[in-house]
Design a binder for this molecule. Structure first.
Ligand code: NI
Length: 129
């Protein structure tokens, strides 16, 4: 599995973009994901991609993470896979729990994504090639 991006839960995308730019990242467009109540911005530094995820309401998936942290905080690591159904099946035999439905991600060209949880590694996302 190849790493696709690392997602950071951020209190406010607007207030951190310039700081990332200063570190050499180029900034993508701001995308509203109304289904998950977040706004998202992908930023790139060479081959490396960060996904900044800001909650738009208290019931977004990142609100709980940020409630316990003054700083922005790791949200998930995403891996790209060829066959998402098969990978889900394989990871389930390794103790991973599928915690979302298989869905289309508006911020990643509507590719299919799923979230899985492992008790030691935490949250991962799979995105289909
Ligand atoms: Ni992601």
């Amino acid at each position: 599995m190849k790493m696709h991006h690392i997602a950071i839960a951020t209190h406010c995308i607007d207030s951190v973009l310039l700081k990332y730019q200063y570190l050499g990242y180029s900034i993508g467009e701001l995308i509203q994901d109304t289904k998950r109540n977040v706004q998202i911005c992908f930023i790139k530094n060479g081959d490396f991609t960060l996904e900044l995820v800001e909650p738009l309401s208290d019931n977004s998936p990142v609100s709980a993470i940020l409630k316990n942290s003054v700083q922005d905080s790791l949200y998930h690591i995403c891996y790209s896979v060829e066959n998402i159904e098969k990978t889900i099946e394989n990871l389930e035999t390794q103790g991973y729990l599928k915690i979302s439905s298989l869905d289309f991600a508006p911020a990643i060209h509507n590719r299919r994504v799923v979230f899985m949880f492992e008790k030691d590694l935490g949250l991962i996302e799979l995105v289909e090639d």
